[in-house]
Design a protein around this ligand. Structure first.
Ligand code: FAD
Length: 476
């Protein structure tokens, strides 16, 4: 029987990073993953993020943005295009090539770091002294491996909607939504979270008539509401996405006519028939088939594996990270937990600051934030100052043709320490890093205001927002 120092179950951004870091620290490490790619090849390392999440969605967002730009914005640059056409199958082919490159990269990194890669479903079998026994089931061919340390990184799966079954032909989850090879004429999206908005944007830009139905009465409830309101205005008024909030779904029928959704909003009964319907109502932890009962690994009432702030479970030597545990379901949070756990197994004392995890939505304009929203600060009774600046007068944003949006800096009223940074605008997924760095180093808004920012750059808007906290903005 093979024995390892560390066995990781799941090779998503949590698991594969944990395995690499454990191997770098000198541990004899194995990583088990059951992932199969679109072509049926296995193992498809990289988890949700690389195969059917972060990366493929960004590839489609980029392609659709190019098409939209060529269609709507080239003319003002003096560029005319004749016979402009869009080929969804080609876009998906390009996306698949990027996915293959990156998943292959993980395989290469496993080889380079001498991580033993097992393909199959991993489950707890029992204990042999202080070693955990993990069974790997590769389509009925079973192997048992043992380790003193186990890191569970089995991620998440889409939350099912009881009203309808996903067939990934007409009713799609994230996987189906990323693989449409024709532009649907009418696309419905249930859920206006990150995935719904990103997928809705992709297909809207290439010609679909998109309607997003959201149960919550508030748009992007987790975001700062000033930013959320600005986003809603841009998406609905300027981009033509139909977004209905406070929707109660009554019935969904998937038949020859298409997918018909009957719902109620503001007391009014409505029904719409779509060619395709994306269900994106959140994700749930994936512990199916892990056989946690064999060792008594505890889960919480929502099905997440119970961990403390350091990702320790109730069992000595068993850790859990990423989407399968509490906290935001984000790839970078999963990876950082993976690194920290490997280092803790090695006796080191790493620290993750969960208050400075950045959040990004890759719509156009992008939305990004770190730290507390105004709503949170008010609810907590924290006295704060705020400074904001817009992209409208920013030279770089104007040259890019993306002079829209704002940056808002929130700082403690007494100490001036930055408490939150909220952005909507061009490529703010990159700009938010300055806010993250500032908050991590406990910067004041004045610290950012006194840093020289290159000209002309989008980062000048962050600079101006920091200056505006103490009413010193020069262009505002
Ligand atoms: P996962 O990536 O889900 O990986 C878990 C792995 O475990 C999978 O490979 C699975 O096959 C394997 N597995 C599960 N059970 C077993 C078992 N019993 N045995 C063996 N293997 C098993 N996050 C961002 O930060 N930025 C984004 O832009 C972003 N975009 C997204 C877009 C979409 C459409 C989706 C769906 C998600 C997106 N996310 C994004 C979220 C991100 O994908 C997840 O937070 C991240 O993948 C979580 O990593 P993980 O390692 O915890 O789990």
């Amino acid at each position: 029987m093979s024995q390892f120092d560390v066995v990781v179950i799941g090779a998503g951004p949590g698991g594969y990073i944990a395995a690499i870091r454990a191997a770098q620290l000198g541990f004899n490490t194995a990583c088990i993953d059951a992932g199969v790619n679109k072509a049926g090849d296995a193992p498809a390392l990289g988890g949700t993020c690389l195969n059917v999440g972060c990366i493929p969605s960004k590839a489609l967002l980029q392609s659709s943005e190019h098409f939209h730009t060529a269609q709507h914005d080239f003319a003002e640059h003096g560029i005319s295009v004749e016979g402009l056409a869009f080929d969804a199958a080609k876009m998906v082919e390009r996306k698949d090539a990027i996915v293959t490159k990156l998943t292959g990269g993980v395989k290469f990194l496993f080889q380079k770091n001498k991580v033993a890669s097992f393909f199959g479903k991993g489950s707890f079998k029992g204990k042999n002294g202080d070693l955990y026994q993990i069974e790997v089931d590769n389509n009925g061919e079973k192997t048992v491996i043992e380790a003193k340390n186990v890191i569970v990184a089995t991620g998440s799966v889409p939350r099912p909607l009881p009203l309808v079954e996903i067939d990934n032909v007409n009713v799609l989850d994230n996987e189906g939504a990323l693989n449409l090879t024709e532009v649907p004429k009418k696309l419905g999206v249930i859920g206006s979270g990150v995935i719904g908005l990103e997928m809705g944007s992709v297909w809207k830009r290439v010609g679909s008539d998109v309607t997003i139905l959201e149960a919550m009465p508030t748009f992007l409830a987790a975001a700062d509401q000033q930013i959320a309101k600005e986003a809603l205005k841009i998406f609905t008024k300027e981009q033509g996405l139909a977004i209905e909030l406070g929707v109660q779904l009554n019935e969904i029928k998937n038949d020859k006519k298409g997918v018909t959704v009957a719902y109620e909003v503001g007391g009014e009964k409505k029904a719409e028939t779509f060619d395709k319907l994306i269900i994106s109502i959140g994700r749930i932890p994936n512990t199916a088939g892990l056989n946690t009962e064999a060792v008594g690994l505890e889960k919480d009432e929502r099905g997440f594996i119970k961990v403390d702030g350091d990702c320790r479970t109730n069992l000595p030597g068993v850790w859990a990270i990423g989407d399968v545990v509490r906290g935001p379901m984000l790839a970078h949070k999963a990876s950082d937990e993976g690194v920290a756990v490997a280092e803790r197994i090695a006796g080191q004392k790493p620290h993750i600051d969960f208050n400075t995890i950045p959040f990004v939505i890759y719509t156009d304009p992008e939305i990004a934030w770190v730290g507390k929203t105004e709503e949170q600060l008010k609810a907590e009774g924290v006295a704060y100052k705020k400074g904001q600046s817009g992209f409208a007068p920013n030279g770089r944003a104007l040259a890019l043709g993306k002079a829209k949006g704002i940056v808002k800096v929130l700082a403690d009223a007494q100490t001036d320490r930055i408490l939150g940074v909220h952005m909507i605008g061009p490529i703010v997924s990159e700009l938010v890093a300055e806010g993250v760095m500032g908050m991590e180093f406990k910067a004041s808004s004045e610290d950012i205001a006194r840093i020289v920012h290159a000209h002309p750059t989008l980062s000048e808007v962050m600079h101006e927002a920091a200056l505006a906290v103490d009413k010193r903005a020069l262009h505002g």
